[in-house]
Design a protein around this ligand. Structure first.
Ligand code: ADP
Ligand code: MG
Ligand code: MG
Length: 250
């Protein structure tokens, strides 16, 4: 589904990703872990198409298509969705309109018409309840005055409504209390399926107790220094990252 090959990326003249390769197949959940500043967010931002990142070499294909030939909207319509695609507050734009516009853009790309209003409201009510969110939330401006936990729930709500083929979530677990962590994890687990890939970027192992990944990769200094299964995340929790730094330096 997603194939990243020997990717090199620079920001403002500094090389951040230094030959990163990663393959995600449909049905798999991958977690990317690693110390602060290792390039985790850079990877998801490049996949999503953020502009300040310069790809100096390497390739990324999504279902066989070169994603660098697709603009951000095309990537989203093709089914690539980054959780923090709308991280900022959008004054005056109600959450419910953004969700509906995004869903209709996706349907249009699939050759479907606009979703009928009653069908949309039914879908939204179901997902809101699942995420234990208050329906007043829909009428609020996007992210305006949302607490950290509400923003995270909202990210998952977007995923549940849009059902991307590849869902990427960067630090979805940061700042969540345990109840919010459970709800967010339940949302992510409900997205799991044989047609869908999920990429979780996380600094901590805690999320991975709730959403058990098929593959775990440790990103160190712009490269994947080690890959394994969920046990690797547990090992990192108890041993930290230093031993991987030493191993990869050896
Ligand atoms: P992580 O998510 O693993 O903590 P990031 O991908 O955010 O790491 O950042 C990796 C490195 O790239 C850091 O040294 C960071 O300062 C730098 N970096 C990332 N984005 C930018 C940017 N827009 N401008 C300048 N430096 C950046
Ligand atoms: Mg290289
Ligand atoms: Mg980051």
């Amino acid at each position: 589904m997603l194939e990243v090959k020997d990717l090199h990326v620079s920001v403002e003249g500094n090389e951040i990703l230094k030959g990163l390769s990663l393959t995600i197949n449909a049905g798999e959940v991958h977690a990317i872990m690693g110390p602060n500043g290792s390039g985790k967010s850079t990877l998801s931002a490049v996949i999503a198409g953020k502009e300040e990142y310069v790809v100096t070499s390497g390739s990324i294909t999504f279902e066989g298509r070169d994603i660098f030939e697709m603009d951000i909207e095309e990537r989203a319509r093709a089914g690539l969705l980054l959780g923090f695609q709308y991280p900022v507050e959008i004054p005056g734009v109600k959450n419910v309109y953004l969700l509906k516009a995004a869903l209709n853009a996706k349907r249009e790309a699939q050759g479907l018409g606009e979703i009928p209003a009653p069908e949309f409201m039914k879908l939204i009510r179901e997902k809101i309840a699942f995420m234990k969110m208050d329906s007043s939330f829909l009428q609020r401006a996007v992210n305006e005055g949302f607490s950290g936990g509400e923003k995270k729930r909202n990210e998952i709500l977007q995923m549940l409504v849009l059902e991307p083929k590849l869902a990427m979530l960067d630090e979805i677990d940061s700042g969540l209390d345990i109840d919010a962590m459970r709800v967010v994890s339940k949302g992510i687990n409900s997205l799991r399926g044989e047609d869908r890939g999920i990429l979780l970027v996380t600094h901590y192992q805690r999320l991975l107790d709730f959403v058990v990944p098929d593959h775990v990769h440790v990103l160190v200094d712009g490269r994947i220094a080690k890959s394994g299964d969920a046990d690797l995340a547990r090992e990192l929790e108890s041993r930290g990252y230093d031993w991987i730094l030493e191993e990869s330096a050896a």
